[in-house]
Design a protein around this ligand. Structure first.
Ligand code: 3NM
Length: 233
């Protein structure tokens, strides 16, 4: 398991690796999705998540202009600093750099990890979405700092994502991944049990939080549930 991962083994900066190690245990990873936020803007959504105690925030925005994305990302950077939370930007390397994010998250069709590293430097965390063991192994080989493992259950939130990979892939990650990882895709409070039972300790959620009547309350409840599940498995 990744808790045994030797940070000095690959000669990578310990600050980056240690940051990931500490944040990806017993945490909820909250993502923005303006399309699925019931009219609430991304900043309002992020504030509610942070107030509840969510410690990893990903800015994931598809349809806004770059100007608006930069404004929002900078605002979220400010907020995540106040709450001592990790800030990750999805897809846009330039946006991650300009907003001084802690990390950049890449999909399978984005720029390769090594090329991204050459642009973002040694301090920025690089996460990669993976949907099968071979992709996980490749991402680790290429120097990813953490993996997305999913979609565990079926989801309509991400267009063009593959079919659900199930908890088998979560189990694979728990047993094999040498770096931290986050389970993602269709995860709700009511099915978290199956994900945690298979070894997940960091859970990513979009619509379970962004679509909630009261985002802060829902996030608090999810964090409590995660704590209970982690204790008992
Ligand atoms: N990435 P929800 S699934 C952003 O499997 C994203 O890589 C996925 O949304 C992956 O929590 C996904 O609403 C969407 O199902 C997750």
């Amino acid at each position: 398991r990744y808790s045994l991962y030797d940070v000095s083994k690959k000669g990578l900066t310990t600050t980056r690796k240690e940051k990931v190690l500490s944040y990806f245990t017993n945490n909820i990873y909250g993502l923005t999705a303006s399309k699925y936020s019931r009219g609430r803007d991304n900043i309002t959504v992020v504030k509610a998540m942070l107030k509840a105690g969510v410690k990893i925030i990903q800015y994931r925005e598809k349809k806004y202009t770059r100007k608006i994305m930069l404004k929002e990302a900078r605002e979220i950077r400010k907020l995540t600093r106040e709450y001592n939370a990790l800030f990750i930007v999805n897809d846009y390397i330039d946006l991650a750099i300009m907003s001084e994010a802690d990390g950049i998250h890449l999909g399978q069709d984005d720029w390769p990890v090594q090329d991204t590293r050459s642009i973002v430097g040694e301090n920025m965390i690089i996460g990669v979405s993976t949907h099968a063991p071979a992709q996980a192994e490749e991402a680790i080989r290429n120097g990813a700092d953490y993996l997305g493992i999913g979609p565990v259950f079926s989801t309509n939130t991400k267009e063009d994502v593959c079919d659900a990979v199930g908890t088998e892939y979560v189990k694979y990650a728990a047993e094999n991944a040498e770096i931290p990882w986050v389970a993602i895709g269709g995860i709700k409070e009511h099915n978290m049990y199956h994900v945690c039972k298979n070894g997940a300790r960091c859970i990513a959620m979009v619509t379970e939080l962004t679509m909630a009547d009261d985002i802060e309350k829902k996030a608090q409840s999810v964090l409590r549930t995660l704590e209970e599940l982690a204790k008992n498995s």
